[in-house]
Design a protein around this ligand. Structure first.
Ligand SMILES: [Ca+2]
Length: 369
């Protein structure tokens, strides 16, 4: 099964190594086989996405990272900048073609909501921090160790033993302002997705705007863009006409990224085509937090507005109840590769411990009114 990076494992690794650079548990697919490989071979015609409606000003390299009108919620009124309205409806959630945690396919109905057109950017998160003084989990020294976060570092060689773990390194001083650790910065990356965000950081940001985090069902419904049952957010062909549709990993993972999609690491938001609802980068770039507690499969029964959230993890660090602390992340990241982690699909899901941040997990927000 897929394994999350955990605070416990990182602390263990830290104690063994006795230094800041340590081995971390694998994220992004500790799976030996590729049950989803057949999906890449599907020759089904790619359905045409529904029209995304009015298009925003150009994103990607020319974008400053802030939607017009962005700012805190005021007097009970949420901030609506950058949101896209998604009409309510019923869809088929999950996949019988992908990894086992994506099963069972089941019918889900969701009420109308609004969701960020793009991943939360460094510019947006910086505005939040300036206004609130928020200090992220990665920036805090804790009883279990120094401040820091998990960074991807390509290994020189992959050996047969614990090979799948060797590319995650705990870096003291890595945080959202210093994505690769001390000495790195986000200068010139206002329009990139913010990373090294723990669940409570994402929650605090959403609340500042008068918003919430998406449920897994809302996220998947939005990411499908109206293409119910399609393997990818853009249809059933991974690269229609040879075109890369998301910021993922091309080449042999984890040593070599050919950058066929034009990017290594995060890309500015909105560099790839929007889905049928006009949303950018739901697939790839960075994984995105959802509000749901992770369970290793879906129940087969139809559900309405589902949310698996027994309690908020904000107050949980250290209480040892890891089951409640593991949340669902969605969409895959720039580290998802065809030969390792075919999770650049709407049905894909991954467990992530709420108090752990990494270089390839970010988020977007929703407004439920
Ligand atoms: Ca994403």
């Amino acid at each position: 099964m897929a394994l999350p990076i955990t605070k416990t494992s990182l602390a263990w690794a830290s104690s063994r190594a006795g230094k800041a650079r340590v081995l971390a548990l694998l994220l992004a697919g500790a799976i030996a086989t590729d049950p989803a490989a057949s999906m890449a071979d599907q020759a089904a015609a790619s359905p045409s996405p529904a029209g995304p409606g009015p298009q925003p000003a150009a994103l990607c390299e020319d974008y400053r990272g802030l939607p017009d009108g962005f700012g805190p919620g005021r007097a009970g009124q949420p901030n609506r900048a950058g949101l896209v309205r998604i009409g309510g409806g019923t869809f088929l959630m999950g996949s019988d073609q992908g990894y086992r945690e994506e099963r069972e396919v089941h019918r889900v109905s969701v009420a109308a909501f609004s969701i960020d057109r793009h991943e939360v950017t460094n510019a947006q998160f910086a505005a939040f921090v300036r206004a609130t003084g928020h200090v992220t989990v990665a920036e805090r020294r804790s009883a279990s160790g120094p401040a820091g976060s998990a960074v991807f570092v390509p290994p020189r060689a992959v050996g047969p033993a614990d090979a799948a773990y060797r590319w995650w390194v705990w870096v003291s001083g890595a945080d959202w302002r210093h994505p690769s650790g001390p000495g790195s910065s986000i200068a010139g990356k206002d329009n990139h997705p913010v990373v090294h965000i723990a669940y409570e950081d994402a929650m605090a940001y959403a609340e500042w705007l008068g918003r919430s985090l998406p449920t897994e069902a809302q996220w998947e419904y939005a990411a499908r863009g109206g293409l119910d049952g399609a393997a990818y957010a853009w249809g059933n062909v991974p690269r229609p006409n040879g075109r890369e549709m998301a910021n993922t990993w091309q080449g042999r993972f984890p040593q070599f990224d050919s950058k066929a999609d034009g990017h290594a690491g995060t890309a500015p938001v909105g560099c790839f085509p929007p889905n049928g609802y006009g949303l950018y980068d739901t697939i790839g770039n960075v994984w995105e937090w959802t509000a749901d507690v992770y369970r290793p499969s879906h129940a087969p029964e139809p559900v309405v507005n589902p949310l698996i959230a027994t309690r908020e993890p904000r107050s949980l660090p250290g209480d040892g109840n890891a089951a409640d602390m593991v949340r669902v992340i969605k969409g895959g990241s720039f580290l998802c590769a065809p030969d390792f982690c075919i999770r650049y699909r709407p049905a894909s899901r991954q467990p992530q411990e709420a108090i752990v941040s990494t270089i390839h997990v970010g988020f977007r927000t929703v407004l439920n009114r």
